[in-house]
Design a binder for this molecule. Structure first.
Ligand SMILES: Cc1cc2nc3c(=O)[nH]c(=O)nc-3n(C[C@H](O)[C@H](O)[C@H](O)COP(=O)(O)OP(=O)(O)OC[C@H]3O[C@@H](n4cnc5c(N)ncnc54)[C@H](O)[C@@H]3O)c2cc1C
Length: 462
């Protein structure tokens, strides 16, 4: 329970309208998009409108030793925003301005509460794009996605969030404000704190402004759908496309369970009996797109696709991508709980990873749908379950454990894009060893010695 005095100090800095303490208001902040995690209400939710106000909130929290949990839209999938120790939730949604578009340097300067799609809509007016596009592009904030280092559908050709972050303004745990990086393409002055804070999940500092890189929008694009009656063949086709030196903007996979569920949800004309579909989009100059799409079509056939469809127009294309983007919401309708993983492997190991997921599903008698960013080696095995079924949940935990072990054994990683949060912190030593976990803790304790910022995430206090 927070002392009345703390709330009064927060009200003095932010105004009463930006400080929530009513129980029904707090409930909204007790959870995020992560399934099967314990909910926890904060004691207070505050909504600052400037870097200075964020710094003041941090100073109040330090004085009274109250934990702070930064929050954007709460769509993360690793429990990153759940205030597990109560305290202050710092909602960044009111810091929502695009401050500048710089067409000479191809950058935008934005506040953390800006929604990714809003930035992209604005960029489009200038013939530019901000490529990172998680499935939640229309709801997730820039601050949240930088803090998770979100990936998304265009990672294969364009990379992920960290490749587009050039400068950050950060409020440190001691309330001091630092600015790192900027608009220069090159910058090797000091340690690379921009890289360190990107993907730090709000555990090292609070981002209040960011300079992002924009790139020219591709002239055109073409989508190709490959239908497979065999999951292995689909897996092999992914490597074959890349081996042929085509780097599609997007190369996604959906297995049979996903196809069936999505088709009933959006009616995109997906083949219900297919074992898997690959959805590939090439983009760029018209001539290149024509050449590459023909090549992709040929490779898919050579690799055993039973059918290959090329979207004839934007309407057909949009429907295919709607189907892919609907995978998780559609699957979420099948059972009460969807445990979505993002174990990631080198893309050449995709066929092996698909086999591991299948074996695990059989072994633990679970329904697991797999879809994901196959070209990045980033699969999303999604366990359809019910958190109220204790016996099944035990099997779910064992299955997740085995999927993580499988990915690491193939030279992969625990998380390609969803972060560690609370959900995966117990597995970190599997990937880094104890010495690696100690190094993470040393960083945390150097920047946040009292574990005030998003405590209980990524690393645990001894
Ligand atoms: C249906 C669905 C599809 C998704 N698809 C993808 C996908 O394709 N690719 C992908 O990478 N992710 C995906 N995600 C995960 C999620 O949407 C992204 O991680 C998203 O970028 C998070 O943004 P947010 O605003 O919701 O952040 P939040 O969930 O609010 O916060 C995320 C983390 O950042 C911290 N944080 C928030 N703001 C700040 C700040 N200003 N300073 C410091 N720390 C901060 C929080 O404490 C938390 O740890 C998906 C999620 C769902 C539910």
């Amino acid at each position: 329970m927070l002392a009345r005095e703390v709330v009064e100090e927060l009200v003095q800095v932010l105004g009463r309208e930006n400080v929530l303490t009513e129980q029904e208001d707090l409930l909204t902040y007790a959870y995020d998009a992560t399934a099967a995690l314990k909910h926890q209400k904060p004691d207070v939710v505050v909504s600052p409108i400037s870097t200075e106000q964020v710094a003041e909130v941090v100073k109040i929290a330090q004085r009274h030793q109250v934990p702070i949990y930064p929050r954007g839209s709460g769509t993360n999938l690793s429990g990153g925003t759940v205030p597990i120790q109560g305290g202050i939730v710092l909602s960044m949604l009111n810091l929502n301005k695009i401050l500048e578009f710089d067409q000479d340097n191809l950058t935008a300067t934005v506040q953390p509460g800006v929604i990714i799609q809003t930035l992209n809509d604005e960029a489009a007016k200038h013939g530019l794009i901000y490529p990172p596009d998680p499935g939640t592009v229309t709801t997730a904030t820039m601050g949240g996605s930088v803090s998770e280092c979100s990936g998304g559908l265009r990672g294969l050709k364009y990379g992920v969030t960290k490749h587009y972050i050039m400068g950050l303004t950060i409020v440190l745990a001691n309330g001091k404000v630092i600015r790192w990086g900027g608009k220069t393409v090159k910058n090797v002055t000091g340690y690379d704190l921009v890289a360190l804070f990107t993907g730090a999940e709000g555990t090292l500092g609070i981002i209040t402004e960011m300079i992002v890189k924009l790139i020219p929008a591709p002239e055109t694009r073409k989508s190709v759908l490959g239908v497979f009656d065999n999951l292995d063949k689909a897996g092999n086709a992914i490597a074959a496309i890349i081996r042929n030196k085509i780097i599609p903007a997007t190369l996604e996979i959906m297995d049979n369970v996903t196809i069936q569920t999505v088709e009933h949800f959006v009616h995109a004309g997906l083949p219900l009996t297919a074992e898997a579909v690959l959805l590939c989009e090439v983009d760029g100059y018209k001539e290149v797109v024509e050449r590459e799409s023909v090549l992709v079509e040929r490779i898919l056939k050579e690799e055993g696709a039973v059918e290959v469809k090329v979207a004839k127009n934007d309407q057909e294309r949009d429907l295919l991508w709607l189907a892919r983007r609907s995978a998780l919401p559609a699957l979420a309708q099948k059972r009460p709980t969807t445990v979505l993983e993002d174990a990631t492997v080198p893309r050449s190991k995709i066929p092996e990873m698909l086999k591991i997921v299948r074996k695990v599903a059989d072994k633990y008698n679970l329904q697991i749908a797999t879809f994901g960013h196959a070209g990045d080696g980033n699969l999303h095995p999604t366990i359809l379950t019910d958190v109220r079924d204790e016996d099944e949940m035990k099997r779910v935990h064992l299955a997740v454990d085995e999927i993580f072990h499988g990915a690491i054994a193939l030279g992969g990683t625990l998380s390609g894009e969803h972060g560690i949060g609370v959900a995966k912190m117990d597995f970190l030593s599997l990937e880094f060893g104890e010495a690696g976990v100690e190094a993470l803790k040393a960083l945390k304790e150097a920047l946040d010695p009292n574990y005030m910022l998003n405590p209980g995430k990524i690393v645990r206090r001894d």
